[in-house]
Design a protein around this ligand. Structure first.
Ligand SMILES: C[S@@+](CC[C@H](N)C(=O)[O-])C[C@H]1O[C@@H](n2cnc3c(N)ncnc32)[C@H](O)[C@@H]1O
Length: 369
C-alpha cells in the first residue's frame, strides 16, 4: 500500500528523516509531504508515532482525469464498499493545479457523486455528506490532468495532540515545533531550553521525543478507526499497537527548561506539561537578563514576530545580545521577521525556510563561540 504523510511547507526533510528513523519503507522526499510504502498497519503506526506529519493518507488510486467524466469514472472504479457503509458520513476535499479541471468545489462534487452512486447501486442507500468530523474523509488532487485519490487516516489533524488545552497568544503547531527540534540537531541528551516558551509547545514536544512517548498516544481515536472495514480484529491489533507504543516510552530525559516573562502563560504551560506527563523546569525570566553560566545547552525558541505579539528593534537587539552571551551553546529560533536575524551579531550555520500558518519564516541555527 502507498501512504502519503502530509507536511507543512519546509518541514518535508525533517519528516522524511523521522519516517526513516521510525523504520518505514521506501520513504521519498516530495514537496508537501512524504510518500512511503507498507501494510495497512504501517499507516496506523505512522498515525501513532509521527511527530511531524500533519496527516497520514492512504493512496487509493491514480488515473488520468482530463475532464469531469474521466474523473467520475476513475472514482467509481475504486471499490468504496470496504471503507464506506451508507450509515457512515463522508466529506470530500479537493486541490488542483495546471489542469483542465480548475474548480475545486466542482471536483469535490464530482468525486462525491461517483462515490454515492456506487453506494446506491450496491445498498440502495448512500452516505450523508458532512463538513465537520466526517467518519470518512476523501482528498482529491488533480495536477497536470492526473487525479490522485487519498483516504485520510488521521481524522483530526495530527498536530492536535490533545495535551495542549491552554494556549498563549501565538502558539506554534506541535508538528512545527517537532520539526524545529529535528532541524536543530538536538541529540535528545543535551539539556534544552526555550526562553520564550509561551504555552510550552517546544519544551513539551522535546520531552515527548526524548522519552520516546508517541504523540498519538493521547488520541482516543484516529480517522481509520471509523472506516467500515475497521472490525473487531483490527481493534484488537490497534490495542496491541497502542500497548507497544506505551512500552516504547522508556527514554531518559535530559533537563528541559522553559521560561517566559509572563506568569500567566507559564501557568498554562505547566498545565499542558502536566497533561502530557513531561517534567519541565519552569522559570519566570526575561530573556534580556540571561547570563552564561557555563552550561552547554541547546536553545530552541519562538520569539515574538511582531505579528500577533509586538516586538521592536530594541527588543531584537537585546535578544541578539542575550543569545551571543550563551558561549558554547547552540541557539536556534524561528522568525518571520528579518529584523531579528539582522540583530543577531553572529554568522549562522544554517537557515531553513518554513511556513508557520500563512507566514513565511526562517529557522536559524547558530553555534555561539
Ligand atoms: C510567539 S510566543 C511563543 C509561543 C510558544 N512557542 C507556544 O507554542 O505557545 C513568544 C513568547 O515570548 C514571550 N516573551 C516576549 N518577550 C519576552 C521577554 N523579554 N522575555 C521572556 N519572554 C518573552 C511572550 O510572553 C510569549 O509567550
Amino acid at each position: 500500500m502507498e501512504f502519503f504523510a502530509t507536511a507543512s511547507s519546509g518541514t518535508e526533510k525533517a519528516l522524511q528523516k523521522e519516517l526513516i528513523e521510525l523504520g518505514f519503507q521506501s520513504v521519498r522526499l516530495n514537496s508537501g509531504g512524504i510518500p512511503f510504502l507498507g501494510e495497512i498497519e504501517d499507516g496506523w503506526r505512522a498515525c501513532l508515532h509521527s511527530r511531524i506529519a500533519q496527516r497520514i493518507q492512504l493512496v487509493l488510486a491514480r488515473f488520468p482525469a482530463p475532464d469531469e467524466q474521466a474523473l467520475y469514472d476513475g472514482v467509481k472504479n475504486i471499490d468504496w464498499i470496504p471503507y464506506l457503509r451508507p450509515d457512515l458520513s463522508l466529506a470530500v476535499g479537493a486541490f488542483c493545479h495546471s489542469s483542465n479541471l480548475t474548480h475545486t468545489n466542482y471536483i469535490a462534487q464530482k468525486v462525491k457523486d461517483a462515490i454515492v452512486d456506487q453506494q446506491r447501486e450496491v445498498y440502495n442507500a448512500r452516505s450523508n455528506v458532512v463538513r465537520d468530523d466526517p467518519d470518512v474523509r476523501v482528498f482529491v488532487f488533480v495536477g497536470s490532468n492526473k487525479a490522485t485519490i487519498y483516504l485520510d487516516m488521521s481524522g483530526t489533524p495530527l498536530f492536535q495532540r490533545g495535551y495542549r488545552l491552554e494556549k498563549g497568544e501565538a502558539p506554534l503547531k506541535e508538528t512545527l515545533a517537532a520539526a524545529m527540534l529535528m532541524y536543530s540537531g538536538w541529540d535528545r541528551k543535551t539539556p534544552l531550553w526555550d526562553p520564550m516558551c509561551g504555552s510550552g509547545t517546544i519544551a513539551i514536544e522535546a520531552g515527548l521525543w526524548a522519552r520516546n512517548i508517541p504523540p498519538g498516544i493521547f488520541r482516543e481515536k484516529f480517522g481509520f478507526e471509523r472506516w467500515g472495514d475497521f472490525d473487531d480484529k483490527s481493534a484488537e491489533t490497534m490495542r496491541r499497537l497502542r500497548g507497544e507504543a506505551r512500552r516504547y516510552a522508556t527514554g531518559n530525559m535530559p533537563k528541559i527548561i522553559a521560561s517566559d516573562y509572563d506568569p500567566v502563560v507559564l501557568k498554562a504551560a505547566e498545565e499542558n506539561a502536566r497533561r502530557a506527563g513531561i517534567k519541565i523546569s519552569f522559570r519566570e525570566a526575561r530573556i534580556e537578563e540571561i547570563q552564561a553560566d557555563g552550561a552547554k545547552r541547546i536553545v530552541v525558541t519562538n520569539p515574538p514576530f511582531n505579528e500577533r505579539l509586538a516586538a521592536d528593534l530594541k527588543f531584537y537587539r537585546s535578544l541578539g545580545a542575550a543569545f551571543s552571551r550563551l558561549h558554547g551553546c547552540r541557539v536556534t529560533f524561528i522568525t518571520s521577521n528579518p529584523a531579528l536575524i539582522q540583530c543577531v551579531p553572529l554568522k549562522g550555520i544554517e537557515t531553513i525556510e518554513l511556513k508557520n500558518g500563512d507566514l513565511d519564516c526562517r529557522f536559524c541555527i547558530y553555534d555561539i563561540p
